[in-house]
Design a protein around this ligand. Structure first.
Ligand SMILES: Cc1ncc(COP(=O)(O)O)c(C=O)c1O
Ligand SMILES: [Zn+2]
Length: 420
């Protein structure tokens, strides 16, 4: 194992691998897992192209003691699709979709849950907990069921029905907290400390980022070991974005790539704490930043994209750092454009995104319109969750079926009607 410790994202203090806490004991910041990259470089063969078609093929770059392959469910190994006729639908000449709806619980969160569960198994935990807007919880419930662990999930009481249904079907204990995600998060933290559960909550648990970073390894492999110009990531807490950035940095650190993509942050304009922080820092023109002094903005979020509705981003600093270090854009999108992107993605590509997962597509269109990206850049949009998780919001933009009598004549008169 090349996992060689932890480093605080804010103050850079390091901890050894046997550190038993979750956050930095000096400043309370989130931790980043570090590796002996020289050891990884000498242990990998065939550029990871061998091994199982899941994220455990990247075991040398995962912080797990026991090999977790074969894992009972296939997590990762999702397809990268070139968008057919992208110029017409978006103005981009080369646009790709990373279809992470094809994970076991139908979101990218399974990557994080798989590695967090690997860690729970390594340390002998039998109860795993998480606060969730919906997907992290349904994912943890799913993978806990597959590995025989008990999951306890804290959700805001208004979490979408499909996600709650998934959690319950997978046998998790689900606590619907009267309050928002931030209330659920704080309660999960207190309860996990009190009852000794392994808390997978986003940001707080450094192992989640390690799962999410594998998305970048796969994009690189699927592009024929090429680096795209940009990866556009739907962002709430910021852990997905910081994970995707870390994946590219890892590949560079082990000598597999020699340049890095820009990582763009796509948010609802009604939940844009990370974007606002990036803009504020960029406006100062500072070239050197003391990360320990950066305070990430808080907002009062209210967006239809429930997965990215976050007042206080729980991995905000890591995401702000990732966008600034990569030179990426922040793009904040009105909810109407996020919703409109759902059928656009579905009809252009045959991939059905939930609102949050449609945000990168809407973000690309906005950036093209504003001249912030060039049409010949090679761009990947991460489709992070399935549209089946929130058919209510999709239903507001997709029209209704035509109800007809069971006769051929009815079909004929339907076909003769002008289409709107
Ligand atoms: C479908 C989907 N997209 C994007 C995100 C954003 O990830 P993060 O909160 O780590 O920024 C989430 C988080 O729940 C999600 O479920
Ligand atoms: Zn610290």
């Amino acid at each position: 194992m090349s996992f060689d410790g932890y480093q605080c994202i804010a103050c850079s203090t390091t901890q050894a691998t046997d550190f038993g806490g979750f956050v930095c004991p000096s400043c309370g910041g989130n931790l980043d897992i570090s590796y002996d990259y020289d050891a990884v470089a000498s242990s990998i063969d065939n550029d990871f192209s061998n091994g199982p078609n899941d994220l455990f093929r990247y075991a040398p770059l995962l912080p797990l003691q026991q090999p977790r392959s074969p894992f009972p469910l296939r997590v990762g190994g999702t397809p990268l699709y070139p968008v057919r006729d992208a110029a017409t639908s978006t103005g981009m000449q080369q646009l790709y979709l990373k279809d992470d709806t094809l994970n076991p619980s139908a979101s990218l969160k399974d990557r994080a849950s798989a590695v967090a569960i690997g860690r729970a198994l390594d340390i002998g935990a039998d109860v795993v907990s998480a606060a969730s807007t919906g997907n992290a919880g349904s994912s943890l419930a799913c993978l806990a069921a597959a590995t025989g662990l008990q999951a306890v999930i804290f959700v805001p009481a208004d979490a979408p029905l499909a996600k709650l249904t998934q959690m319950l079907a997978f046998g998790a204990r689900v606590l619907a907290v009267r309050g928002n995600y931030d209330d659920a998060y704080d309660l999960c933290l207190a309860a996990s400390e009190e009852f000794g559960w392994f808390n997978r909550s986003t940001g707080y648990n450094a192992f989640t980022r390690e799962g999410k970073k594998t998305c970048s390894y796969e994009i690189w492999q699927d592009l024929g070991e090429q680096v795209p110009d940009r990866v556009v990531v739907s962002t709430g807490d910021g852990n997905t974005l910081s994970g995707i950035w870390k994946g590219w940095c890892d590949l560079q650190a082990v000598g597999l790539i020699d340049r890095l993509p820009k990582v763009d942050c796509a948010q609802s304009e009604a939940s844009a704490a990370i974007s606002e922080t990036v803009r504020r820092i960029r406006a100062t023109g500072q070239s050197t930043i003391d990360w320990s002094s950066v305070v990430v903005d808080e907002v009062s979020a209210s967006t239809v994209a429930d997965s990215i509705a976050v007042d206080r981003p729980r991995d905000g600093l890591a995401a702000v750092k990732a966008v600034l270090q990569s030179g990426g854009e922040v793009v904040t999108i009105p909810d109407e454009e996020i919703l409109a992107a759902i059928p656009e993605v579905a009809q252009a590509c045959g991939v059905f995104p939930e609102p949050a997962a449609a945000a990168p597509w809407a973000g690309v269109k906005q950036m093209i319109r504003d001249g912030r990206i060039a049409s010949d850049e090679r761009v990947v949009c991460v489709v992070s969750g399935s549209g089946l998780k929130d058919v209510t919001n999709a239903g507001t933009v997709i029209g209704e079926p035509q109800v007809i009598e069971p006769f051929l004549e009815a079909v004929r008169s339907y076909l003769e009607k002008p289409t709107s």
